[in-house]
Design a binder for this molecule. Structure first.
Ligand SMILES: *[C@@H]1O[C@H](CO)[C@@H](O)[C@H](O)[C@H]1NC(C)=O
Ligand SMILES: *[C@@H]1O[C@H](CO)[C@@H](O)[C@H](O)[C@H]1NC(C)=O
Ligand SMILES: *[C@@H]1O[C@H](CO)[C@@H](O)[C@H](O)[C@H]1NC(C)=O
Length: 383
């Protein structure tokens, strides 16, 4: 009897200690670990970057570990300058997505006039309305496709079945949001934009000069925040269909066994890694890395970059070769008088870093509106 009682008490004490530990862990978490129950169907499927991750946090550290350390600053293959007239005389008709297999890449093909955006459903936070509106209005002859989670899964099932198991395994909603954008660009071509990207000039003629392009984060931001020389951004990209670069991104996602860390498995880290691999061997079909001011002229305004940099006296007294990337970024930003906005007359889009997908910005979310109804009959979905 005594032994039984002791046994039961021990079980109870262990249970209480375990429950307390779990609960405390939940409360002490830094907000990056959001309980699954909080993730509803309204969770936006498009968020440009992790929530201000600090490099000393485990997930960011993992991303850094998996990132090649021998990066050199990118030499963008071209700089876009809007020209007043297009050299092209014909207008490509928008290609309506169908379930056909992705076309083989045609080296004379150009970016079709299809704008892709993605969200969990057609009920989209009103914060995005002015940005979606700006892109629709400035590109009136472009077909607009909205990729809801259900559409994404339907496309993958029918045209990229080899990716379906991986897609279903993703545990971070951002992994699904990230992966579908490379897939639609590979399959249909067009331009993909995050919903917090504002358009300030029409895409064409400037972007008509490329068969594919990638956005790049402000150099100072990448230097300071990640300690990297440069970073490709996945918030704005464009391509002709069947482009081998996006096939390589899909292949690389398939090979990443780590799951649950979108930044590394599907986000900017993997995109930058594939860009490095792809361009290292002088590809027959090039991909253009745009200068930051074309699509991402802003520093993320949620951060106080000046205070992150602190005193630069020590950094400035060193020769440039001995400076860390962070020190270089800080010195560069100081030389611009801490100007967060680098937009100029080559700027086509402005990425606004709303971060609405994260708990910390939940209070900033405005009530959702029906994007299909608001822009009727322009919004199409995959059938
Ligand atoms: C490649 O694209 C060009 C221009 O759109 C077109 O004229 C040509 O027929 C295409 N070639 C193939 C093999 O589809
Ligand atoms: C863009 O700005 C640059 C530098 O300020 C200037 O030299 C150039 O003429 C401008 N181009 C156009 C098309 O306005
Ligand atoms: C959004 O609007 C479209 C077009 O009016 C409608 O068919 C659809 O049911 C609406 N969606 C929701 C979730 O209300």
């Amino acid at each position: 009897m005594r032994r039984q009682e002791l046994f039961i008490r021990t079980i109870l004490v262990v249970g209480v200690v375990y429950a307390t530990w779990k609960t405390a862990g939940w409360y002490w978490s830094d907000g990056e670990e959001i309980p699954r129950s909080v993730i509803s169907s309204q969770w936006p499927s498009v968020v440009p970057k992790p929530l201000n991750p600090e490099p000393n946090k485990p997930h960011a550290q993992q991303a850094l570990n998996s990132f090649p350390t021998s990066l050199k600053p990118a030499t963008p293959t071209a700089r876009t300058t809007p020209t007043t007239q297009s050299t092209r005389t014909t207008t490509r008709a928008a290609v309506a997505p169908t379930k056909k297999a992705a076309p083989a890449f045609n080296s004379s093909a150009r970016i079709p006039r299809i704008l892709h955006q993605a969200f969990a459903s057609e009920m989209v936070y009103e914060n995005y309305l002015p940005y979606i509106n700006s892109c629709m209005a400035l590109n009136p002859d472009w077909t607009y496709y909205l990729w809801r989670d259900s559409d994404a899964e339907a496309l993958i099932s029918s045209a990229y079945p080899e990716f379906l198991a991986k897609y279903k395994k993703y545990s971070d909603v951002l992994e699904r949001a990230d992966s579908i954008r490379y897939i639609v660009l590979h399959h249909f071509g067009g331009i993909y934009l995050d919903m917090d990207v504002q358009c300030v000039r029409p895409f064409f003629p400037a972007l008509d000069n490329f068969n594919s392009f990638l956005d790049q984060e402000r150099i100072e931001q990448t230097n300071i925040f990640w300690g990297w020389p440069f970073s490709v951004m996945n918030s704005a990209m464009g391509s002709a269909p069947g482009h081998p670069f996006f096939r390589e991104v899909i292949n690389e996602m398939l090979h990443k066994s780590q799951i649950g860390n979108a930044f590394a498995t599907t986000g900017p880290a993997i995109l930058t890694q594939v860009y490095k691999q792809y361009t290292a061997v002088k590809p027959a079909v090039p991909v253009t890395l745009l200068e930051p001011n074309v699509m991402s002229p802003l520093m993320d305004g949620n951060k106080n970059w000046r205070s992150m940099c602190g005193s630069l006296a020590a950094a400035k007294s060193k020769p440039d070769s001995r400076r860390s990337w962070k020190e270089r970024g800080c010195i560069m930003l100081e030389s611009k008088n801490w100007r967060y906005d680098d937009s100029d007359n080559s700027t086509i889009c402005v990425h606004r870093f709303l971060h609405l997908g994260y708990g910390f910005a939940a209070g900033a979310r405005k009530k959702p509106f029906n994007v299909t109804a608001r822009f009727w009959p322009r919004v199409r979905t995959f059938k």
